[in-house]
Write a protein that binds this ligand. Structure first.
Ligand code: OGA
Ligand code: MN
Length: 214
């Protein structure tokens, strides 16, 4: 049940991350900021400034079969008011996670994302556990996805399917589906949870962030 993983404040969120490795929190930012972010996506898309997303930090191969969204990387030093509201909330989250769980999260990378109706992102993991650390690249530790879709209904689809059994067994059936409703933030350990984005009947917007560790 999704309700088992719903937290009503950041303290509760941190506890659920410690317990389950993932959590969902609603109303993470206010409606005016959500609306502003959706307008930013529309404007960026109209200006053809959204880019086709690659997969993987090192092999940025474009593979539309795997991943159908277009994205725009945010620059915190050049943030709009709505982006700044998001960054402030994320900073609060980062310091709470570090204090409680000693994760050593030191930075955030984030992008706006637009999945046109019908687009999806096949089952994947945001970071492989056994990644070669010789390169000393920063690693994604915590994935956070903020949904921006006002008036989103179950019949619109576009769920995030989060697999709970911690492996890549394609026949696995243990998962939860999270509807991408405006203001909802999903948080999970980047190296633990396989997940996918199911196709939607409408354009689907989000702001995805990863807290990095060294
Ligand atoms: C991702 C991702 C999920 C979502 O960007 O890596 O898995 O629900 N996004 O948008
Ligand atoms: Mn992902």
């Amino acid at each position: 049940m999704l309700t088992d993983y719903l937290a009503h404040n950041i303290d509760a969120l941190v506890n659920k991350i410690a317990e389950h490795g993932f959590c969902v929190i609603d109303n993470f930012i206010n409606e005016a900021d959500i609306l502003a972010l959706t307008h930013e996506i529309t404007t960026l898309n109209d200006a053809e400034k959204m880019q086709i997303a690659g997969t993987g930090r090192i092999h940025k191969a474009v593979n539309h079969q795997l991943r159908g969204d277009i994205i725009y990387w945010l620059d915190e030093t050049n943030a709009s008011n709505a982006q700044q509201a998001y960054f402030n909330r994320m900073e609060d989250l980062r310091s709470n996670l570090n204090q409680a769980l000693y994760l050593g999260l030191y930075a955030l990378e984030s992008h706006l994302a637009l999945y046109a109706a019908g687009a999806s992102y096949k089952k994947h993991i945001d970071r492989f556990k056994n990644i070669d650390q010789a390169t000393k690249q920063p690693l994604r530790q915590i994935s956070c996805i903020l949904y921006l879709n006002q008036n989103w209904l179950a019949e619109h689809g576009g769920e995030l399917r989060l697999y709970l059994n911690h492996d890549d067994n394609l026949t696995s059936t243990a998962f939860i589906d999270v509807l991408p409703v405006a203001g909802r933030l999903v948080v999970f350990l980047s190296d633990t949870f396989y997940h996918e984005v199911l196709p939607a009947t409408q354009d689907r917007m989000s702001l995805t962030g990863w807290f990095l560790t060294r």
